[in-house]
Design a protein around this ligand. Structure first.
Ligand SMILES: Nc1nc2c(ncn2[C@@H]2O[C@H](COP(=O)(O)OP(=O)(O)OP(=O)(O)O)[C@@H](O)[C@H]2O)c(=O)[nH]1
Ligand SMILES: [Mg+2]
Length: 337
């Protein structure tokens, strides 16, 4: 999935205003009749829910709008250059890209149909008919059209989901998404099975919410260890995090803290999102015997999670409790769909 790409946009130049005079048999000094130049076409990005990735921009990174036509005689104005609309996925951030880095955020396209003008067409020049004055009845003056804009912009897609699944590789995040939604991410017994984010819709009690599964994190992810932290941007817009832990591993508390460190290094705000702690693989005896011990150690670890849910993505045990907790947390955070 391509979720960041640089494109070049070029709006149209404005057409020039015309200098011309109306000279007709019955109207030998008909006055100035130079029409205005048309406006250059804009380049506009439009949020479109039917597009999910930025892949198409890889193949087509240039967008050019037409120039406005020049004004003509007899007060005829030049045609405007057409606006070029470029569809982008919902959740796209738009950055001005200069010297190979982000310079300034132009805006974000969050809702279907949201628009951002990324290159404004040049204004058409006015024809000489505009420049008549008491002393200049036959002005030889007309304006040139304004130049359009050329700029490079970086599109950065951040998925929109209500809940983000985080945790170490192999913890069972994708297995849990499979258990609670119709999504079918790849699941396997090796780390970094998931290599790009996957969205799933969870239905619970006449409501639904979107959950995003991202590649596993490990200590040092913020420095690029493992698949790094570049996927964390896809959980920045979630409201609740579900932190999945493989209950059969040792040092559970250290693992949780280590993941939390990685996310706070990436973005301190991310670490402040409410988390539901999920202990997975409860079907394994070695996990179920440790239930009360795990609860105690989480409780006694300062600043850790308030809600712990034990689940098995293998037997689906605990999945209703998990869905309930997700829905409840979202409700506490308001605006549930
Ligand atoms: N016994 C048992 N195995 C599980 C359970 N959940 C997941 N697994 C197994 O654990 C392994 C990893 O599962 P995934 O769902 O791919 O884990 P992940 O967290 O998405 O892993 P990455 O994508 O690599 O980060 C697979 O072999 C699963 O079959 C469970 O509840 N019980
Ligand atoms: Mg996975």
């Amino acid at each position: 999935m391509i979720d960041s790409t640089v494109i070049e946009v070029r709006s149209g130049n404005g057409g020039h205003g015309m200098v011309s005079f109306i000279r007709e048999a019955l109207l030998p000094r008909g006055g100035p009749g130079g029409g205005d130049g048309g406006h250059g076409g804009d380049i506009v990005l439009v949020a479109d829910s039917s597009i999910n990735t930025l892949t198409k921009f890889h193949w087509q990174p240039h967008f050019i709008a037409k120039n406005g036509s020049n004004g003509q005689g007899h007060h005829k104005n030049g045609a405007n250059g057409e606006t070029v609309e470029v569809s982008v996925p919902i959740g796209t951030e738009v950055w001005v890209w200069e010297d190979s880095k982000d310079k300034e955020l132009m805006g974000e396209l969050i809702h279907e149909g949201d628009q951002i003008i990324v290159a404004q067409g040049g204004r058409g020049g006015r024809g000489n008919a505009h420049f008549v004055s008491a002393t200049h009845q036959e002005p030889l003056l007309a304006e040139a059209g304004e130049d359009g804009e050329v700029r490079r912009i970086r599109l950065n897609l951040k998925l929109l989901a209500d809940i983000g699944l985080i945790g170490m590789p192999n913890a069972g995040k994708s297995s849990i998404l499979t258990a609670i939604s119709a999504a079918r991410p790849k699941i396997a017994d090796y780390p970094f099975t998931t290599i790009e984010p996957v969205l799933g819709v969870v239905d619970y009690s006449h409501k639904s919410f979107v959950v995003v599964d991202i590649p596993g994190l490990i200590k040092g992810a913020h420095q690029g260890v493992g698949l790094g932290d570049e996927f964390l941007k896809h959980i920045q817009r979630t409201r609740v995090l579900v932190h999945v832990v493989d209950g059969s591993e040792d040092n559970i508390i250290e693992r949780i803290i280590s993941i939390n460190n990685e996310i706070s290094r990436f973005d301190a705000e991310l670490a402040k999102k409410p988390q539901i702690l999920v202990i997975n693989k409860f079907d394994l005896d070695e996990v179920s015997v440790l239930e009360s011990e795990i609860i105690e150690s989480v409780k006694s670890a300062k600043g850790l999670h308030s809600t712990i849910v034990f689940v098995s993505a293998a037997t689906y045990a605990g999945m209703n409790e998990l869905k309930y907790a997700m829905s409840d947390y979202l409700e506490q955070r308001g605006q549930q769909k």
